[in-house]
Design a protein around this ligand. Structure first.
Ligand code: HEC
Length: 123
């Protein structure tokens, strides 16, 4: 019924399948949040305003970086992909500056989080 050759071939095939499975989970970096989830938390629920305000807490700033990271990791939904990278990258950079306590970072975030400029092109 079984011979050595088919056993070896079977083991090899099983190894290959698990390797492909592993590499798929290791390299496929899904964004933590969808664009809609980011918009809800950051815009509608006011995280951006809160983090940028005088009373913005470290926790709010950390969260803003987390959401901005996810936004930048989402592929461009519509329009020019280079521009999407630029806009989401600028927002992420500004959020990181805010997190690091850099001067004028709140202004940078507000400027980068330009609803209309981004929606006109990418929504
Ligand atoms: C860097 C780009 C970008 C910026 C900046 C941005 N948005 Fe969005 N927004 C999007 C995209 C893209 C969508 C469409 C998401 C989808 O339909 O999957 C969207 C969708 C939305 C939605 C609808 C979400 C839903 O559940 O359908 C709301 C509300 C929203 N944005 C509010 C805002 C507000 C308010 C601001 C500014 C304070 C803002 N956004 C700034 C890219 C952006």
């Amino acid at each position: 019924m079984f011979n050595v050759r088919s056993l070896v071939a079977g083991a090899f095939a099983a190894g290959l399948v698990s390797m492909i499975g592993l590499s798929a989970t290791a390299f496929n970096k899904e964004p933590k949040y969808t664009i809609k989830e980011v918009m809800k938390a950051v815009q509608k629920d006011g995280l951006c305003k809160a983090a940028c305000g005088e009373k913005g807490t470290a926790d709010e700033k950390d969260k803003l970086v987390e959401y901005a990271t996810a936004l930048a990791e989402n592929p461009c939904p519509k329009g020019d992909a280079e521009d999407w990278k630029k806009k989401t990258g600028a927002l992420l950079k500004a959020a990181k500056n805010l997190q690091a306590g850099k001067k004028n970072a709140a202004e940078q975030v507000k400027k980068a989080n330009n609803c209309k400029a981004c929606h006109d092109l990418h929504k």
